[in-house]
Design a binder for this molecule. Structure first.
Ligand SMILES: NC(=O)c1ccc[n+]([C@@H]2O[C@H](COP(=O)([O-])OP(=O)(O)OC[C@H]3O[C@@H](n4cnc5c(N)ncnc54)[C@H](OP(=O)(O)O)[C@@H]3O)[C@@H](O)[C@H]2O)c1
Length: 318
């Protein structure tokens, strides 16, 4: 074997080893903690990362409520979770985060029919373009304003309960927040093309980080802690529903860097179960550990301005 060939083979083995072990796999959160008697509400629990999270939490004995638009699909997933986990405390509910009336109806029904809410996981999210009936950008409404409204509508329940049972609120986001600044005009502008839509998606990630950070500051008097979670790049079925154009844009990085869904929910699990995370409440978690936020993500005036706008858009009183 020539020297060049030998060097190439060694490089290929090293790169392959790195890719398989550090790119395609991520940290696993090991814990045998049980959640019997605890109630978890997870949006987007009928697919991808949300479904895998719901399955794990059901296996730990939690009462798990999965909430998405497609009730038929959610009921099928509910049956699957019950069968695999042996836990019958699984419920499917319908909510459309794009529709504030639906969010209000859902929050009322949840509040009236569920005794507790120990963990709220705002997991549902989309990449799809378009505008909503409110004249707002769809990605912004589903990924940020809908979860903002839902969380606020359930906050009284969580506050009352927190005197006796601690509560955790977890929002899925991404480390793509690092590359964007927030611009209010994005809320009501239809993105033209995939690059712009992808930037709007990243801005919804930043908006969720603002929200979780701000919420933590407002909840100092309660035993409620809040967390932003980056699941990493995860190959989920959500990508299968995208248009051909989107697939061309998104599949190369997903195939190259996307991890199995099992790795995708480990950081959510970490923030939900670990005792050490509370000291970083309001913060950002990546790869099963706390990561300091970049300065632009804790900019007080930007946060204040988005929170004001969010109250106005969702019709909540300040
Ligand atoms: N996968 C990744 O690489 C990645 C990376 C960074 C961050 N994330 C974030 O992680 C979260 C989960 O991602 P995923 O890939 O697992 O997603 P996914 O497989 O595409 O699932 C999305 C979920 O959201 C629900 N959903 C969509 N629109 C909704 C609406 N209007 N109202 C209520 N529910 C709605 C869907 O159910 P219905 O269709 O029944 O409504 C589905 O359960 C998202 O917030 C995503 O932004 C993912």
């Amino acid at each position: 074997m020539s020297f060049k060939l030998l060097v190439s083979a060694v490089i290929a083995v090293v790169v392959g080893y790195y890719w398989l072990n550090y790119v395609k796999r991520g940290p696993i959160y090991e814990s045998d903690k049980k959640l019997n008697g605890k109630t978890v509400l997870i949006t987007g629990g009928n697919s991808g990362i949300g479904k895998a999270t719901a399955m794990d939490l059901a296996k730990r004995g939690a009462r798990v409520v999965i909430a998405s638009r497609n009730l038929k699909k959610s009921n099928k997933v509910k049956d699957e979770i019950i069968k695999e986990s042996g836990n019958h405390e699984v419920r499917a509910m319908q909510v459309d985060l794009e529709d504030f009336d639906s969010v209000r109806k859902f929050a009322k029904e949840f509040d009236e029919s569920e005794k507790y809410l120990d963990y709220l996981i705002n997991n549902a999210g989309i990449l799809l373009e378009g505008m909503t009936k409110y004249g707002l950008n769809r990605i912004f409404v589903v990924n940020y304003f809908g979860p903002f409204l839902l969380t606020n509508l359930l906050l009284d329940k969580m506050k009352k309960q927190s005197a006796k049972r601690p509560v955790r609120i977890i929002n899925l986001t991404s480390e793509g927040y690092k590359f964007v600044e927030f611009a209010e005009s994005d809320i009501s502008r239809e993105p033209s093309g995939l690059v712009e839509a992808s930037m709007v998606y990243l801005k919804t990630n930043l908006a969720n980080i603002y929200f979780i950070y701000d919420l933590n500051n407002k909840l100092n008097d309660y035993d409620i802690t809040t967390y932003s979670v980056n699941p990493g790049t995860v190959n989920t079925e959500g990508f299968d529903n995208l248009s051909f154009e989107w697939k061309l844009w998104i599949y190369p990085p997903v195939l190259l860097f996307g991890r199995n869904v099992h790795y995708g929910y480990q950081t959510t699990l970490y923030t939900l179960l670990d005792d050490s995370v509370a000291q970083h409440s309001g913060g950002f978690f990546n790869g099963c550990s706390h990561e300091e936020l970049l300065p632009h993500a804790t900019n007080e005036s930007a946060i204040l301005s988005l929170m004001r706008k969010s109250l106005e858009v969702t019709g909540l009183s300040p």
